[in-house]
Design a protein around this ligand. Structure first.
Ligand code: CTP
Ligand code: MG
Length: 234
């Protein structure tokens, strides 16, 4: 029997949104008529490529069960973890029975609601035959400084510096093993860094600059602007 590779999404959504300084975690703030997390999951569902979407949710979260999308047939809920990497690992464990080691997993932050279908397909098309996998990323336009105690000690060579976005796309088995072996390592702030610790070199796929992460209050207005632009087909 031939086995076809499936695609899964894992969405870490168990953060508290400290920098947003709002009355609830930022994934539940209103954004263009829905919550941020509904916008994000709608983008992933619209791509029509995922076998399932595992969403990692904090156990104290009263908002998630109230959302219709939490009951969607393609969406399953996993317990959130202490750090983002723990939440991602929990999402992977939630699909263990159905995913095979060489299935692809796209990990995408709940806090990035402006992801486009075109970027999802670009990432998949660029990496589906790659032995390692990779991430959406943006080159850096600003001149970057090395700073010690508010004094500049050097200027980085910008041509080698990229900003890591999500989705990040890796094989189920490789990603799970890399995250398990890196458990508790504070340097693992994204999936690629866990793979890098295994000596692997994930690939960069240049993404759209409007795939912003909602981090601070001013980001919400920018996200509304981008979502409206997408609706207008820009
Ligand atoms: N996340 C998670 N589990 C954690 C921490 C973060 O699932 N223990 C998720 C967040 O919900 C978010 C994504 O990881 O979708 C990116 O994290 P970040 O932007 O840092 O969100 P928060 O940790 O919620 O924000 P802050 O760092 O400002 O508290
Ligand atoms: Mg955080």
């Amino acid at each position: 029997m031939t086995h076809s590779t499936n695609f899964w999404a894992v969405v870490p959504a168990a953060g508290v949104g400290k920098r947003m300084n709002a009355d609830r975690p930022k994934q539940y703030l209103e954004l263009a008529g829905k919550t941020v997390i509904e916008q994000t999951l709608t983008r992933l569902l619209q791509a029509e490529v995922f076998q399932g979407i595992a969403v990692a949710i904090s156990e104290q979260d009263p908002y998630w069960p109230e959302l219709e999308i939490s009951k969607h047939e393609s969406v399953l809920t996993a317990p959130g973890g202490k750090e983002r990497a723990d939440s991602v690992l929990s999402g992977l464990k939630a699909i263990r029975a159905d995913a095979s080691d060489d299935d692809w997993v796209l990990v995408h932050d709940a806090a990035r609601p402006c992801l486009t279908t075109s970027d999802i397909h670009l990432l998949i098309d660029s990496l589906k035959d790659d032995p390692v996998g990779g991430i959406l990323a943006l080159s850096s336009h600003d001149t970057l400084k090395d700073v010690q105690g508010k004094r500049i000690t050097g200027t980085l060579d910008r041509t080698h510096i990229w900003r890591a976005l999500t989705p990040q796309m890796f094989r189920y088995g490789m990603l799970k093993q890399a995250l398990e072996e890196a458990e508790g390592n504070p340097a693992v702030t994204d999936e690629a860094s866990a793979l890098e610790l295994q000596g692997l070199q994930p690939k960069i796929v240049e993404g759209r600059p409007d795939n912003i992460k909602i981090t601070r209050p001013e980001d919400l207005a920018l996200a509304v602007f981008y979502l409206n632009q997408h609706l207008e087909g820009l």
